[in-house]
Design a protein around this ligand. Structure first.
Ligand code: IMP
Length: 451
């Protein structure tokens, strides 16, 4: 476990994924939590899945910040999150059943938008329509989690059909809004070819007002709450969901999610100005994975990819889907570091790479016309035909799960991290070699200075 205080850590910090998600952010947030007072989610919804292992207990959190597992922390679901109230209540109940206290330590923005059942239907219907149009199973779609994320954010932007968490606290207002929304939504679902059961405003209003009542003690103006905490000198950790390469503006569009999941989403999604964030930790898996469609230049569709999937247990926390696996793409990571303003890297799942004779790292791309670039292109169409340019590094055979310090790592693993530092230009400060809290260590000196 990391020590609770560290003078080198500036007051407020952010943790963000530098790849396509599932980098192990939950685990790093859980570790850093000891140093912070408030943990804030600012984007995404139940599409995210953060797994935290505490002793033999494994927790899969989707909407609630991982700080809930530590005593005395305030956990905030900010205005930039889209909340499925029933999923949130399931998560609260599940935590309570396992003895985790959920009370004043969970605060939900009254301005966070609501994910309704019809958003999930729309999400699935659009994906199915796109698949039919492409004429190929699994092709044509985004490959969403079908958690209604895109449709809920669409309603937020459309405004007149949106519901916010605060609306759940006023039954008559909720009913009035649903009376407008339901007719329109039925027509939209029918146009998508969905098999729709009629949406009844009264039923939905009763059901979601009931969920609102249960959540009432947690729903508040989190922007004032956060600024009050900041003025009182308390320290805040922002927990990014999804990851930079899935950012709606800066990811591999259109194969992205619908929020700003880079650090650029923090100011809008929490109400805290960006200049108040003192340190950004970029979380990077030692290799690459991706779920759903979209460009993945270093993808391995061979036994090496299968071995990484097996060793890394690469199956989605939210959907159970097998993840696509491949070598580390440092062009992509360096781009994310630039966009997110990352100061340090936390390298996770390094232990998964034990046992390979050699390891490849992508340092450039060859375009379809044969020209070379060292720049990431956040556009799926324009990335078509790109192939990776690799550096090959020696692998290591020894299992790393017992390493508690950088000097315990085999020389080849140290060189691997030194290569990352030199290429990306920021230090690898945290290294994770297993799922447990105790299997992460901090490195105060740079790996690049060791080799
Ligand atoms: P959506 O967020 O459900 O709309 O899905 C859009 C894309 O983002 C799909 O390719 C998903 O697989 C991917 N995605 C969304 N959230 C996560 C995540 O937390 N980890 C990994 N992939 C994600």
């Amino acid at each position: 476990m990391l020590p609770p205080t560290n003078n080198r850590v500036p007051p407020n910090a952010a943790v963000v994924g530098l790849q396509w998600g599932d980098e192990g952010k939950g685990k790093i947030v859980d570790l850093l939590t000891a140093r912070y007072d408030c943990i804030v989610r600012y984007n995404g919804g139940a599409n995210a899945g953060h797994t935290v292992q505490v002793g033999t207990e494994r927790y899969a959190l989707h909407l609630i910040p991982s700080g809930i597992l530590s005593k005395g922390k305030i956990n905030i679901v900010g205005n930039g999150v889209v909340v499925d109230p029933e999923k949130l209540l399931d998560e609260v109940d599940g935590l309570r059943k396992r003895g985790v206290a959920v009370g004043d330590n969970l605060r939900i923005s009254d301005r966070a938008h609501v994910v309704m059942p019809y958003h999930k239907e729309q999400d699935a219907a659009l994906e199915e329509l796109l698949e039919q149009k492409s004429g190929k199973v699994g092709a044509g779609q985004i490959g969403t989690t079908r958690r209604g994320i895109g449709p809920a954010y669409s309603d937020k932007v459309r405004r007149s059909t949106a519901l916010r968490m605060g609306d759940l606290l006023n039954h008559s207002l909720l009913l009035r809004k649903l009376e407008t929304i339901c007719g329109l939504r039925m027509a939209e679902l029918e146009a998508l070819g969905a098999n729709v059961t009629p949406l009844v405003p009264q039923e939905l209003a009763d059901r979601f007002a009931a969920a609102g009542e249960r959540l009432r003690p947690h729903i508040t103006d989190t922007v004032y709450l956060l600024h009050d905490e900041l003025r009182a000198g308390r320290h805040v950790l922002f927990e990014g969901a999804n990851a930079c390469l899935l950012d709606i503006d800066h990811g591999t569009f259109p194969y992205v999610t619908s929020s700003n999941c880079s650090t650029l989403g923090i100011p809008a999604g929490s109400g805290v100005p960006g200049r108040m964030i003192g340190k950004v930790y970029g979380i990077m898996k030692a290799y690459s994975t991706r779920v759903g469609g979209g460009p993945f230049i270093t993808e391995l569709l061979d036994p090496t990819g299968d071995l990484i999937r097996k060793r890394g247990r690469e199956y989605g926390t939210t959907t159970g889907r097998p993840r696509r696996c491949g070598w580390l793409d440092l062009v992509a990571v360096k781009y994310s570091v630039m966009v997110c303003g990352a100061d340090a890297i936390a390298c996770t799942l390094l232990d998964v790479l034990s046992g390979f004779d050699e390891l490849k790292i992508c340092v450039g791309y060859r375009r379809a016309d044969g020209t070379i670039t060292d720049r990431f292109v956040p556009d799926a169409e324009r990335m078509e035909g790109f192939t990776p340019i690799y550096e090959t590094l020696p692998g290591w055979q020894r299992e790393l799960t017992d390493c508690t310090d950088r000097d315990d790592l085999p020389r080849e693993a140290q060189s691997y991290l030194a290569f990352v530092e030199r290429f990306v230009g920021i230090p690898v400060e945290l290294v994770s070699v297993g799922p447990e809290r105790t299997q992460t260590f901090e490195s105060t000196a740079r790996f690049a200075s060791m080799s």
